[in-house]
Design a binder for this molecule. Sequence first.
Ligand code: ATR
Length: 279
Amino acid sequence: MTLTGKAKVAGVIGWPVTHSKSPRLHGHWLAQYGIDGAYIPLPVSPDDLPSAVRALPKLGFQGANVTVPHKAAAAELCDELEPHAQRLGVVNTLICTRDGLRGANTDGLGFLNNLFHGAPNWRPEAAPAVVLGAGGAARAVVVALLDAGAREIRVLNRTRARAESLAQEFGEHIRVFAWGDWAQAFPDAGLLVNTTSLGMTGQPALSVDLTTLPRNALVNDIVYQPLETGLLAAARARGGNPVVDGLGMLLHQAVPGFQAWFGVHPEVTDDLRARVLAE
Ligand code: ATR
């Protein structure tokens, strides 16, 4: 739609940012809701991040998303952090307010809402969750699961020390298993989620033996390129395991930012999915 002088503007800050699907995602919603607004890619190098972030309110931006490699550095530049951002020390959403710059982290919410949407019968508190990986994405997933009532989270990571420090930071509900110890970690699990980069296009495959995973355990991969990862294909091939792909996490994490910047609570629909997937 044509922009007026009152158009609201937001964007995504990354380096590089050309791969980002966020402009397409928010662009779909702006068109759907007929909003006088724009959402643009903002390529910002690490050296330029402080001045670029501080310029957002001065340029009249409503705010911005923040992606790789800026999520931690951007948190340091905020005047105020929402609770999840505070706990994780990283932000993916910046909101310009009268009091300054507010930082939020909506990745965990996006992860949870994707599962609730894709597997309405899944209950986080009902059975242990198994999390593969202990990096930044795993931290967001673990905190989200704890907040949602998970009583036991089993973390497996190639570098065990990283899983141990995650357990130390987030408490006694977390149990650490050795990478590859599937047979110990899987029995009676209600959720298996991959937060590592394994299985992503251009990365090594994730090879997991699912034999001991209960047939009713939900399987999710936060990797969404490809949409059907090896893990999801293997889970589907067993028959029975509910499977949710990772694209919905990207779609759902975008909701709070859009609402804050443009004043509309947007819906995650099949149309949106198709639009984001279209090349
Ligand atoms: P992100 O923010 O996307 O989570 P990250 O913090 O770099 O990125 O974490 C990447 C995760 O993928 C880590 O759990 C990493 O394991 P290590 O902590 O041992 O590095 C995992 N990962 C990456 N390559 C891997 C591989 N070849 N085998 C097993 N795990 C791997």
